[in-house]
Design a protein around this ligand. Sequence first.
Ligand code: ACM
Length: 704
Amino acid sequence: MGIHFEIRRRATRSGYLPILFCALITSVAMAQVPQSQQLSSPINVMPLPATVAPGAGRLLVSQTFSVAIAGYNDLRLQRVAQRFLHDLSRQTGYFLSERLGDASRATLTIHADHGSEPVQELGEDESYVLDVSSAGAKLTAPNPLGVMHGLESFLQLVQVTPDGYAAPAIHVEDTPRFPWRGLSIDVSRHFISTEVLKRNLDGMAAVKMNVLHLHLSDDQGFRLESREFPKLQELGSDGMYYRQSEMRELIAYASDRGIRIVPEFDMPGHSTAWFVGYPELSSGPGPYQIERHWGIFDPAMDPTRESTYKLLDKFIEEMTNIFPDRYFHIGGDEVNGKQWDANPKIHEFMKAHNLRSNQELQQYFTDRVEKIVSKHHKFMVGWDEILTPGMPKDIVIQSWRGQESLAEAAKQGYRGILSSGYYLDAIQPAAQHYLVDPLSGAGATLTAEQQKLVLGGEACMWEEFASDESIESRIWPRAAAIAERLWSPQQVQDVNWMYRRLAAVSAQLEQLGLTHRSSSEVMLARIAGTDDIAALQVLALALQPASITIRETEAEKAGGIQTSDVALHRMVDAIAPESEVARKFSSAVDQFVASKFQDATTESSIRQTLTKWRDNDSALQSLLQNSFLLKEVAPVSQNLASLATAGLQALDYIDARKTAPGEWKTQQVAMIQQAAKPTVDLVLANAPAVQKLVEASSVPVAAP
Ligand code: ACM
């Protein structure tokens, strides 16, 4: 519905696609194939590879599919190949043998030239070449990292066809655009179990992301066992923290998937949870309790006492022995300085050291911490607040306050990663994240040399309003759009094509074991107290969560009750961040209006959807009344029915070839705008499209 039309319109409007395909198709005669066929080709690989050249025929994937390792071989590569066979079994339902075969007879042969670095390094070669023909497939790469990525591409190429599972014949030459393609997960605000983290690592591997950044401490929780300072987890975590053995296992799990784990311990602010056990580390009198609210709080480490650095030295030494990665994140964001202002000893210290502001005091702190981090052979990473004069040039700046700070860092010779524009918890459409490029905006003003300092980016999932249960639906599939931005050529920008591949990757991730879609169904059934949730699903699929800013404001209006103890078990927690149904409905309305109401097929599908929405409210009544969690949803369900009724009336005017009266339109638009407002943290994502239909019906149209 609508999607093919959208692609065609883009192709003809801007002449953009030929450029795109010059980038995608390098060597082979593929350039002769008409664009429309390329677009409808079933290649759903995401991130889109750097170069793709379809060949003739396809490789059938049957019960006898086998893999052999030729060339370099090690235990990790064998686990990689076996996991691939396991995943292929999940995707096809075949019982594939996970025994690795003989290269002369295997369906797929893997060839790596040499091993990877023992500890995965930033910028290691991740390229691969994949050849699929009707006779078999061959994957070659300099080292196992490329093999991992190539296998993920192969999995995405396998499709159901009328006569079996098959991968199309194809030649892929692929390499990432950026070496740092991360996902940051906040495990402090709400604890996330290792089981869920592992599923996210599986998702990351599928879309070729290579850094998991764990935000391990904040005001609301300290989440990793320290043996040197056990009160950190004993008093700062409510018992929810990772044992060191669990973290080591997670690191190994990530390494098997080509993913580095970068730990973050946020300091000197966002650090209340440290002070519950070690109040002497803070700048205030204490005592402290784990923070239950969300926001920016006053407690901060005391940068003026030598004991602070002694503790941090021991702590960082312990942590760098757990995390093999060369990069160590110290946070550094959002220090409000209030505890520093209130402490006369800190004032004296500042005077004595000629520190004229809290910013200079933080700079002093960061500088001291950087020396500790580098003493333990790590490069320091920090949020963009730490970008201050005189820092060593080997630190990495993570830009969250805007693209400008990334560009500013690069201009000063610092490496950086972009997270501004990639906050998944902000609940924005995939397209919005997709179009944020580390080298657009301020990044585009950099010289070629400065651009090389931009290492990539990280999607961020802050956990104030997510939990073990909902985190996957908040991250997936939208993170895949960011993964593509960071891997694929810059000119790969077609949003509709992205959404088509995103839908395919979303389905694939669920087959691989992620629960971003199924968990929604489980939650809805729990909320309703019954499995008979068809009507609830109709409503759920038309909704999106309100942005977290609105959610916070609403909670404050209701008495500031939103804390880490408030259950995340309402409708807003169960629904996906982006309504696919509403997006498709909106495309259909665009298409119908652009056809000057001549596209009868699209009109009929719009009418069908509107009718379903209009009739859903009465179908939902008994569920709404039977659950305390659904009562609040009643006005939203009514609003959906009102929107649908307005849309259907608009279609009736159009069908009767009557221009809808201005007064009716004015009333309907007022109603729609009311219905479009966030209610109980829910947004009816279809409201703008209904308004478009209503407005179009009131414009006189010339007879065809
Ligand atoms: C941040 O969002 N304060 C890094």
